[in-house]
Design a protein around this ligand. Structure first.
Ligand SMILES: [Zn+2]
Length: 369
């Protein structure tokens, strides 16, 4: 789809036949870190006879940061190569997409964790001058998926992927809210595609909770499909609403304080709980606004917070802000200000408009601090 080869590992013959054709005769820069090396080596062994050459670059960091040092080193190493192949998920995928675009070479990713929805996006989260910024990048030409590898990812990384995916229930509702209340244009095809993928994850949650490789396929499919839905919509509306704004708000705070940033999907999972609880509170308190009745019909179809909490807990993934180092003051600040992160109408904007966030805050603090 969209010129990207998303290839699942074949059980017989070549693992990734289409990728093998793409990478044939190339001079490859192969990049991994200490965590992903063991999954990478068998693939490199397999493509060795096909490619022209492989230059191996391993980052020794336990928690690689996508900053000047990391991408600077890749830019140096990629000279004389015409392909970047990375083994990783968030950070290494971003580095591959960013350096590939900057240096005019293609990049591919062996996915090692189903932890976030940015695999195919054309932007990369990069640290520059101590700040996290979103920079133009390119989609990988191939994403290689081995469900057995994904099933071995740390539980909280799978939990982060689940959090990012369940967040789509809220981002889609935020889009509907903006459409029903303010007449913002909506793209039904993009919404249908997103919800189908997300429903598949929820229906097959047992398999994911058992680290069953087939469960990982549903999760990975949803993470990639969500990326396609954004391409169809022409923006990130179907995949990012208030739950992402709360996550970005905290991320900026963590970065500003020089603290390690919790995984994107972990923060999004918490933001999803917050936003869904706000929607339910609005409905229970019969808060009226244009087309509120229609919005509340959709609120009834949201998954229950208790259900999301139970799934995340089983995946060792935080379900309170205290667990990720956010105190009461910062949580309240986030709830009151996250709507400012970007100009996009969400349930957070609605609360601001109606001046009721202060009334909702005690309930949210009680449930999620
Ligand atoms: Zn996300």
């Amino acid at each position: 789809m969209f010129g990207i080869n998303v290839e699942y590992k074949k059980q017989e013959g070549a693992s990734y036949p289409i990728f093998n054709k793409n990478i044939k005769g190339k001079k490859v820069l192969a990049v991994c870190d200490v965590n992903t090396e063991k999954f990478f080596l068998p693939l490199l062994e397999e493509i060795k006879p096909i490619v022209d050459s492989i230059k191996f670059l391993k980052f020794d960091d336990e928690e690689l940061v996508p900053d000047e040092t990391a991408y600077g080193r890749m830019e140096q190493e990629v000279k004389g190569c015409d392909w970047i192949l990375v083994a990783g998920s968030g950070t290494l995928n971003d580095l591959g997409k960013y350096v590939g675009a900057k240096c005019g070479v293609k990049n591919s990713t062996l996915a090692t964790a189903p932890s976030m929805d940015g695999f195919i996006s054309t932007v990369a989260a990069i640290m520059t001058g101590g700040k996290k910024v979103t920079l133009p990048a390119q989609s990988p030409s191939d994403i290689l998926v081995d469900p057995e590898i994904l099933a071995k990812a740390p539980a909280h990384m799978i939990g982060a992927g689940v959090g990012d995916i369940l967040g789509k229930y809220n981002s889609v509702l935020d889009w509907r809210l903006a459409n029903l209340k303010n007449g913002e244009p909506i793209n039904e095809e993009s919404i249908a595609l997103t919800l189908k993928a997300v429903d598949d994850v929820l229906i097959n949650m047992d398999k994911i909770l058992e680290y069953n490789p087939q469960g990982m396929v549903y999760l990975m499919d949803a993470l990639i499909t969500s990326g396609y839905a954004m391409v169809i919509a022409g923006n990130s509306r179907p995949a990012s609403g208030g739950e992402h704004h709360t996550s970005h708000y905290l991320e900026m705070d963590f970065v500003k304080k020089g603290l390690p940033v919790p995984l994107h999907g972990i923060k999004v999972g918490l933001g999803t709980l917050v936003c869904i609880s706000i929607y339910r509170w609005l409905k229970d308190n019969d808060v009226k606004f244009t087309n509120s009745d229609k919005v509340y019909e959709l609120v009834d179809k949201l998954p229950k917070e208790e259900e999301i909490i139970s799934h995340l807990k089983r995946l060792n993934t935080p379900v309170t802000y205290t667990e990720i180092g956010v105190d009461k003051a910062l949580l309240e600040e986030m709830l009151l200000n996250a709507y400012t992160v970007r100009e996009r109408y969400t349930v957070l904007s609605l609360c601001k408009e109606l001046d009721i966030m202060k009334d909702v805050v005690p309930m949210l603090v009680e449930k999620y601090l």
